[in-house]
Design a protein around this ligand. Structure first.
Ligand code: G1P
Ligand code: ZN
Length: 543
């Protein structure tokens, strides 16, 4: 067996500024494609000789092949040890934990998150650093630069490892350990939450449905919810990860998890419903008769986290992405906590978490997490909700209503316009950008613009500055319209409009959301000229 140095050519494909590579499977299956990217990552890193690399993915189509390649390349490039999840499986938050727990040098996370899988679906790969979080821009920029100059990669000619059985194998001079994909993560969850209280709640007849969407959280949810917490068998549905997610779209929103939503709104609704996405970092929370928006969920979890043992000492601070509603700000204010507003994307929370400035963070796009790992964590959010429900012994609906009575409600919606012609989308943003200064002080249908800017983030930890992070138009009553271009869409441009209105304590908190926001949605349409510019008379997706 030998180490081969294979000649290759630079490849175009990665978008600059993104934390990984996400492409359709046929693209990823091209000769040398994955190899080029993995070598570009290794070439951008320093000092890993003899160190440990964690490898795992969400089980989607092509996962196993790329893992075998990554193992051979890790060996050829001089890593000393690879930890790989059994069956090639590691949810993204579990991978983050395994990296931290084992003090690994870093990890390769194979996933295209909530995008569909299968031979014609999507595939993805990213590098996470030793803190367990997505690589910093410094590293991803270096990887990107390397993809443009790469001329060779290193790989062994060793046979495939049996990923199905736990144990150790040598690949040239490197040890490969196939680990239990769930165990470490389950231990971590048990250390954070009151499993006895949750177990007692299930024992007393509490009913739940967890939809794993045939994605990676199936084995985690089964072991933790049905195994350790005694939820009845069948609580977890679609619990077997499938390479094509059963043909579904593993995005836990009201469109793709409609069955779960309908169940929770029906006469036969269980007490609690939840779902997670392809790689297990997003969450959907629905109580009986009560959907909880991710922005509200973040605020509610922050307000109640102290009820769980892992957060009994209180929070150091809260962070939310800019487009996320201000519901969490009101909790922070009342509790005397620092609140940080960051650009979209989990990587911006990393510095705040590492510096101990925040304990909990979240995004409107169904991501919530804490300092226990450096990724958002779907099952963690579900378990924190269960812990809160077990202690408060109230329904989700009552807890939400009480929260709004105390803090007021941020009515919130996101309208996505997908596959818009790129030129038109860019022009829309550009033109609105140019008009921002003139909007201040103007009145639109009773709403007066208090501020209008292009969000710039000054990282308080490392002083870095991120510009052009989305256009914000704030109104005197606390309402807000945000317009930004998605960084993750794969076809054309995706325009996102985020609209929120604050209804203070004592107000009407039970209007239908789209109705409550209709005047602001109309203002957004007028200000952007979306219909005339793109020919669209309605958003593609409303969440
Ligand atoms: C989207 C979400 C963002 C999330 C990201 C990765 O990015 O909006 O909150 O961090 O996916 O899951 P976008 O397409 O808006 O750039
Ligand atoms: Zn995900």
């Amino acid at each position: 067996m030998t180490i081969l140095t294979v000649e290759t050519t630079p490849f175009e494909g990665q978008k600059p500024g993104t934390s990984g590579l996400r492409k359709q499977v046929p693209v990823f299956r091209q000769p040398r494609y994955a190899e080029n990217y993995i070598q570009s990552i290794f070439d951008a890193l320093e000092g890993f000789a003899g160190k440990t690399l964690v490898i795992g993915g969400d089980g989607r189509y092509h996962n196993d092949a790329v893992i075998q390649t990554a193992i051979r390349m890790a060996s050829a490039n001089g890593f000393g040890h690879v930890l790989v999840g059994q069956g090639g499986i590691l949810s993204t938050p579990a991978a983050s934990h395994v990296i931290r727990h084992n003090k690994a040098f870093g990890g390769l996370v194979l996933s295209a998150s909530h995008n569909p899988g299968g031979p014609d679906g999507d595939f993805g790969l990213k590098y996470n650093a030793s803190n367990g979080g997505p690589a910093t821009e410094k590293i991803t920029d270096a990887v990107f630069a390397r993809t443009r100059t790469i001329a060779r990669y290193k790989i062994t000619d060793t046979p495939d490892i049996d990923l199905g059985a736990r144990g150790e194998t040598m690949v040239e001079g490197m040890t490969v350990t196939v680990i239990d994909a769930v165990a470490d993560y389950a231990d971590l969850m048990q250390s954070l939450f009151d499993f006895d209280a949750i177990r007692a709640m299930f024992k007393s007849g509490f009913r739940m449905r967890f939809d794993a969407m045939h994605a990676v959280t199936g084995p985690y949810a089964r072991r933790i919810l049905e195994g350790m917490l005694g939820a009845p068998e069948g609580t977890v549905v679609n619990g077997v990860p499938l390479p094509d997610f059963g043909g579904g779209h593993p995005d836990p929103n009201l469109v793709h998890a409609k069955g779960l939503y309908d169940l929770l709104m029906s006469d036969d609704a269980p007490d609690f419903g939840a779902a997670s996405d392809g790689d297990g970092d997003r969450n959907l929370i629905i109580g009986r008769g009560q959907f909880v928006t991710p922005s509200d969920s973040l605020a509610l979890l922050a307000a109640n986290a102290h009820l769980a043992p892992g957060y009994a000492g209180g929070l150091s601070g809260i962070a939310r992405s800019m487009p996320t509603s201000a519901a969490a700000d009101r909790v922070a204010e009342k509790m005397g906590l620092a609140i940080y507003e960051t650009p979209t994307g989990w990587k911006f929370f990393g510095n705040l978490l590492d510096a101990g400035r925040v304990t909990i963070c979240g995004e409107e796009s169904a991501g919530t997490g804490s300092n226990h790992v450096r990724e958002k964590d779907g099952l963690w959010a579900v378990l924190l909700w269960l812990n809160i429900l077990a202690v408060r012994k109230q329904s989700v609906r009552d807890i939400v209503a009480e929260h709004w009575r105390t803090y007021g409600r941020s009515y919130y919606t996101r309208h996505d316009y997908e596959e818009v012609e790129t030129g038109a989308a860019n022009k829309l943003v550009e033109d609105l950008h140019a008009r921002l200064p003139n909007l201040i002080g103007q009145e639109f249908g009773g709403y007066t613009v208090a501020y209008a800017d292009d969000f710039t983030y000054h990282d308080p930890v490392d002083g870095s500055v991120a510009t052009n992070q989305g256009l914000r138009i704030g109104f005197a009553d606390g309402s807000r319209i945000v317009v930004r271009l998605s960084g993750t869409g794969t076809v054309g441009a995706t325009l996102r409009f985020y609209v929120e209105r604050y209804e203070p304590a004592g107000g009407n908190h039970f209007e239908e959301t789209q109705k409550a926001l209709a005047p602001l949605i109309a203002i957004a349409a007028t200000l952007t000229g979306i219909a005339e510019r793109t020919g669209r008379d309605a958003p593609t997706v409303i969440t």
